[in-house]
Unconditional design. Sequence first.
Length: 142
Amino acid sequence: MDEQFVVETWHYVLAKHAKAMCALERELGDRHGLGPSEFEVLDRMVHHERKLRLQELCDEVHLSQSALSRVVARLEKAALVSRGACDSDRRGVFVCITPEGRTRHAEALPTHRAVLAGVFTDGAATPEFAGTRRESVQRDHA
């Protein structure tokens, strides 16, 4: 594989990630009082009809266990999730989304999806992306 192609692709991914995270931070924060990590945790939890072990959630959200613990603590303080010890293993911690968490997630979901659509609707998801990616990388860095 061409090294320049790989490096340009990496720069493209980093640029899109930075653009998405900045926009999510601003829009979710201003409109819903959530950061991108808080939303991501709620977004993962809302699809589970059961409480999750903190480690299970950690595997889904791409955060370190200590970072996830801090996010969960903020969500718990806002009454969007609840935490409890595992009955069979006192070292384990369960997390459960609350009705308030489900409501906040539902309110923030259109904002989250609109931001992502705005960031990624430049052709990145189309088959033509492969042929135009280099121009897009150069345009994003101009």
